[in-house]
Design a protein around this ligand. Sequence first.
Ligand code: MN
Length: 233
Amino acid sequence: MAAPRIGVTCDLERGRERAFLRATYLQAITAAGGLPLLLPPVKPELAAGYLAIIDGLLLTGGGDIEPSFFNARPQAGLYKVLPERDAFELALTRAALAAGKPVLAICRGVQVLNVAAGGNLYQDIKTEVPGALEHNQAGPREQPSHDIKVIPGTRLAGILGAAARVNSLHHQAVRRVGKGLRVSAVAPDGLIEALEGDGEVVVIGVQWHPEDLYGHDRRQKYLFEYFVEQFLG
Ligand code: MN
């Protein structure tokens, strides 16, 4: 069978001159046997056209979501907001969920997934969750910095087991969980670190960056293999 076509969202430079992506996402998809297709942020009306030519969707990292997309007013600490990227990715994600296409969502991606499903976010952990762990680690992204507990019985528990140590490069987090999603991992401070779909379709979102953790933990590579291999029947 041909390699599964995985649509991978791109970031935009602040000045909008370039769309770009950290190549580790692409390496992770090809290493798992997938065919990555870059999906640049274009007008939301084009999302359906992309959805028609991909088997699965990978939502990647980046800046913050414009709070009006989850009916909130901007709080202090917002970082690199690009509403046109948000609008495109939210349209794409809603279309994927409606069509029953599998989704893997990483870092900003899990936040996009949650907002697409009607959930909302903490806009800045330090401001809104006093006493939370440091979730914006100072060390290299290839190194883990905090533990997570995986919720028993979830799809993620079948992939990672009961616990893991992950990197953490976020200052926002999932707050109210959207419709059709459930929590699959939490940090020791109680913040949500992973979500998944509550149905048959593979919808997995993680707040960490598994594509940068291979050297530390083989199970993070298995997450990509699990996602790509589902299409190989
Ligand atoms: Mn974290």
